[in-house]
Design a protein around this ligand. Structure first.
Ligand SMILES: [Zn+2]
Length: 154
């Protein structure tokens, strides 16, 4: 199932140029939003260059900052066995047969090693990657069924 029509999709901060200034109408156009949405962003903390002069203008760098911060807030922590899918823009599980774990020789702290958990989104097929440690992988194996059945084979 594709999710591209979902309206609450996050806005890519890099669509605007940092050193340009943008009117609300231009921002709305870049992100395919209504200008009223951009006005909402201003109430949520998007800083305009000069409050006293209309139309309001916003620096691209500020739009980037605002959108990044907003994305951070809306991100909820992943549960065991979940990945963040960059296409669906939400936490997803992997297709069980696409799961794999690679434990590298890179040390994390004194006793742990870095691990990569790879998978493919169960909703859209996008490849998924999670940085982890050998210890967390073992913890995961104890918690989630399909995850563990697969990793147990490695
Ligand atoms: Zn996905």
């Amino acid at each position: 199932m594709k999710n591209t029509t979902k309206k609450k999709r996050n806005c890519n901060p890099n669509l605007v140029r940092a050193r340009h200034c943008y009117s609300f109408a231009e921002i709305a156009e870049v992100y395919h939003r209504h200008t009223r949405t951009v006005q909402t962003w201003r109430r949520e903390g998007l800083q305009v260059i000069d409050d006293a002069s209309k139309p309001y203008l916003v620096m691209g760098a500020e739009i980037r900052r605002f959108l990044r911060q907003r994305r951070q807030k809306s991100r909820r922590p992943l549960k065991a066995g979940e990945f963040f899918c960059s296409k669906c823009r939400c936490p997803r599980k992997s297709l069980p047969d696409k799961l794999s774990v690679e434990i590298t020789n890179k040390r994390l702290g004194k006793t742990h090693k870095q691990a990569f958990i790879r998978g493919a989104c169960e909703a859209c097929g996008q490849s998924l990657l999670l940085f982890s440690s050998d210890r967390k992988v073992k913890g995961l194996l104890e918690k989630t069924d399909c995850f563990y059945r697969n990793i147990g084979r490695l």
